[in-house]
Design a protein around this ligand. Structure first.
Ligand SMILES: C[S@@+](CC[C@H](N)C(=O)[O-])C[C@H]1O[C@@H](n2cnc3c(N)ncnc32)[C@H](O)[C@@H]1O
Length: 263
């Protein structure tokens, strides 16, 4: 039986005994279909081609969440929504604020979950437009920020103080994407993630892009978050790659970047 992209088409007998085509909705999150996509060499080829073109045109800068620019691919926005909704953290920590869209994304899902929940953003340079947006947004009450280098001891101390008020903590790393910086973040912020929650390293896709894609940025395909993630997973058995998340993604900026704390 052939499959079309949204449904399977088979045949059934009608009341007169004639064969008729019938369409059955495909079930959501079909593991066989996901596996087939994840292991199809054509998926990988198209993904690499696509990410190269999309990055050349600044695709990740095209979107906003509740009126605020968010520098993410839509697929990552959807999956972060899923992870927050399913694990119900009471604190989401994010390094890298930029315009503030990703803080608003997390805060909006936490708000719908109800209860006392909070988002903590850390950025080395919180721009005045982001500050004034964050203080006047309807979700402002549930968002706090720390300005400073995300791996500086004084910042980590402040983050630890906020964490001590919470039980279920998720972390998203989206600041400086050099291998050393992400490695330090994984190790420092990994301690804050609670068992059963996610640790996300954004922009692992840098490994797949041409060197000229990054201009004067300190990161490059030779100095990228993916290397930090693989070293971290080798060294820290509290975390594993969240295969059920990673395998579902194709147009992500974080291939293999979704980790879960298991112990
Ligand atoms: C890609 S943007 C973040 C995008 C944001 N998460 C979003 O989804 O809209 C990266 C941010 O990281 C910040 N940053 C760079 N180096 C940093 C560091 N060492 N510590 C903290 N933040 C840093 C930059 O100032 C910038 O605002």
């Amino acid at each position: 039986m052939a499959l079309d992209p949204v449904s399977s088409i088979g045949t059934a007998m009608n009341s007169r005994g004639d064969e008729q085509a019938v369409r059955t909705e495909r079930s959501p999150r079909d593991p066989a279909a996901i596996r087939s996509m994840a292991t199809d060499p054509e998926s990988e080829r198209v993904r690499r081609e696509w990410i190269s073109v999309a990055t050349r045109h600044g695709y990740s800068y095209n979107f906003s969440w509740l009126g605020v620019p968010i520098i993410q691919h839509p697929e990552d926005v959807v999956i972060i929504q899923e992870l927050i909704w399913s694990t119900q953290p009471d604190l989401v920590i994010e390094t890298g604020i930029a315009h503030g869209g990703s803080l608003i994304l997390s805060a909006s899902i936490l708000k719908l979950l109800g209860g006392e929940r909070e988002v903590l953003g850390v950025d080395v340079d919180i721009r005045s437009h982001a500050r004034s947006m964050l203080s006047s947004h309807p979700l402002a009450e549930s968002i706090s920020t720390i300005e400073g280098d995300s791996i500086a001891p004084a910042v980590i101390e402040q983050v630890a103080r906020v964490c001590s008020r919470h039980e279920r903590v998720m972390v998203i790393l989206d600041s400086n994407h050099t291998c050393d910086h992400v490695a330090a973040e994984l190790s420092l912020y990994g301690d804050f993630v609670s068992i059963g929650s996610y640790l996300v390293a954004m922009d692992t896709v840098i490994r797949d892009l041409p060197p000229e894609a990054f201009g004067d940025r300190p990161w490059s395909p030779a100095n990228n978050p993916w290397t930090a993630v693989t070293n971290f997973l080798d060294a820290d058995d509290r975390f594993v790659a969240a295969a059920d998340v990673n395998e579902r993604l194709l147009a992500t900026a974080a291939p293999g970047g979704y980790l879960i704390r298991v112990r």
